[in-house]
Design a protein around this ligand. Structure first.
Ligand code: GLC
Length: 516
């Protein structure tokens, strides 16, 4: 494992509830993950980012942590964690865990102590409590990201507390030194256990503008989108990371922080990546971009330019547990899958790091028709179904063609039902099958290993809605349009094509790599 591995790694996001269920309770677990490490090794990924597995009432699928040093019994225990980590390391795969510092669960002992204590007490100072003056009027106009007001009253009706997300996720008060000390200790707890880094949840949150002023408009803020608000992307948040960086540097092994920071611009995002702060920050511009050459090119140029300014790697992503799967975003069906593969192949030839969300290597689509009763996302429930929520990208993986949960677990129903046609998208169906999405991902990642981008030089466009570039190791041509474009001028030896070339033309919605 060599230095600066994180500058050009492929990192696979495991969503523990939905990856693999070893104990048959319908929900994934750490032992399930451990048992599938060989699959991830074969895929060729360098590291795993593991979404939260901590003790939690699971009101927001584990992003509501009640104990940062304990494993939720649904997922296993600390010895299962240690074994999983050891197995991953033995396979040469690093492990990044999720850290949720903006808020705790309302069941966290600190919040329980705060509720039991009086207004103005040190216990309440760990969160944002404010006196109720008018029971109808919260302290400011902030709305929860999941819908409804961002303030809820305590049972006695005397105080409000702030929650940018669900009412079961009270925001911590980062003006309180005790909160800082606690998270430094949590970092050390997991670093001592051997993790290779942290994905920081809502990394642009935590610090709130002094006095908690109203936002403009009606207080509704979309997090997925780009934004700056009195509670997002405040400059003070950078001070926190300057205290974290020296801690992670104390540990051997080139460990890292990756930020989930939704910012107004690539420039604001790059501030999180200054040398004394974090290592990577997801570039969500391509999650938001339509499938078009102009939009992708703009996002790519701006990420490269801004990150070069701070010496940080570009960090590319198309799907995760919060957004619609990219196959579906690009129209679904065969065309959606073709575009998704083209986009993935493009990402794998850009300079920087690529994150892959579990199941995208199988070509999984968003499940749009989940019955309301099975939906768990608080955003669905808090908006009375107006926001469809994120359950559709969280459906458990199909490992086998058959069985009650398509091999997700040994028995029983998975926590969200899988579409019947996922049998054909199962690992079993795709493994070794010529032309499958899984084999395509394996091949693309393997080719990338031997030909890592050293930069990016745009070449002449092959068509209106298409582009080409030389990344120092290969030439990539991407056709975002529907009509074939001529590509024979870009190379003769095809390393990989997401769709077969026809008479020297690359079909619509496809990428090809040529040897230089
Ligand atoms: C992040 C997580 C998301 C969660 C939210 C609140 O955006 O990715 O899943 O709901 O933070 O923790």
């Amino acid at each position: 494992m060599s230095g600066n591995w994180w500058r050009d790694a492929v990192i696979y996001q495991v969503y523990p509830r939905s990856f693999a269920d070893a104990d048959g309770d319908g929900m994934g677990d750490l032992e399930g993950i451990r048992s599938r490490i060989p699959y991830l090794a074969q895929l060729g990924v360098d590291a795993i980012w593991l979404s939260p597995f901590y003790a939690s009432p699971q009101k927001d699928a584990g992003y509501d942590v009640s104990d940062y040093r304990a494993i939720d019994p649904r997922f296993g225990d600390l010895s299962d964690f240690d074994r999983m980590l050891e197995t991953a390391h033995a396979a040469g795969i690093r492990l990044i865990v999720d850290l949720v510092p903006n808020h705790t669960s309302s069941e966290h002992e600190w919040f329980q102590a705060a509720l039991a204590a009086a207004p103005g007490s040190p216990e309440r100072e760990r969160y944002h409590f404010r006196d109720v003056t008018d029971p109808e009027v919260p302290p400011n106009n902030w709305q929860s990201i999941f819908g409804g007001p961002a303030w809820t009253k305590t049972d006695d009706g005397k105080q409000w507390y702030l929650h940018l997300f669900d009412s079961s996720q009270p925001d911590l008060n980062w003006d309180n030194p005790e909160v800082h000390e606690e998270f430094k200790s949590v970092l050390r707890f997991w670093l001592d256990r051997g993790v290779d880094g942290f994905r920081i949840d809502v990394a642009h949150g935590m610090v709130k503008a002094p006095g908690l002023p109203d936002t403009g408009g009606d207080g509704t803020i979309e997090m997925i989108g780009t934004t700056q608000a009195p509670f997002f992307d405040q400059d003070g948040v950078h001070d926190i990371y300057r205290t974290w960086r020296p801690i992670i540097e104390e540990y051997e092994g080139d460990r890292i922080f990756v930020a989930e920071a939704w910012t107004d611009s690539a420039e604001r995002r790059s501030l999180y990546l200054r040398p004394d702060e974090l290592h990577q920050a997801f570039n969500f511009d391509l999650v938001l971009a339509p499938f078009s050459a102009a939009d992708f090119r703009k996002a790519i140029d701006s990420e490269i330019a801004n990150n070069a300014g701070v010496g940080a790697p570009c960090t590319w992503v198309l799907s995760n547990h919060d957004v619609q799967r990219h196959v579906t975003r690009y129209g679904g069906g065969e065309a959606g899958l073709a575009r998704a593969k083209a986009a993935t192949q493009l990402l794998l030839s850009l300079p920087g790091v690529v994150y892959v969300y579990q199941g995208e290597e199988l070509g999984l689509n968003e499940v749009l028709d989940l019955p309301d009763e099975v939906r768990e996302d608080p955003s669905f429930h808090r908006t009375g179904g107006e926001q469809i929520g994120r359950d559709g990208c969280r459906v458990p993986l199909p490992w086998k063609r058959e069985g009650a949960s398509l091999g997700f677990g040994p028995a029983g129903e998975p926590w969200l039902p899988q579409p019947a046609d996922w049998a054909d998208l199962s690992v079993e169906a795709e493994d070794g099958a010529a032309g499958s999405t899984l084999e395509f991902y394996r091949q693309a990642i393997a080719i990338r290993k031997g030909r890592k981008a050293t930069g990016l030089t745009w070449l002449a466009d092959p068509g209106d809605n298409a582009f080409a570039f030389d990344n120092g190791a290969l030439v990539a041509v991407v056709n975002f349009g529907d009509e074939p474009v001529p590509v024979s001028g870009y190379g003769t030896e095809v390393l990989l094509a997401s769709a077969d070339l026809v008479d020297g033309h690359l079909p619509g919605g496809a990428t090809v790599w040529f040897a230089k």
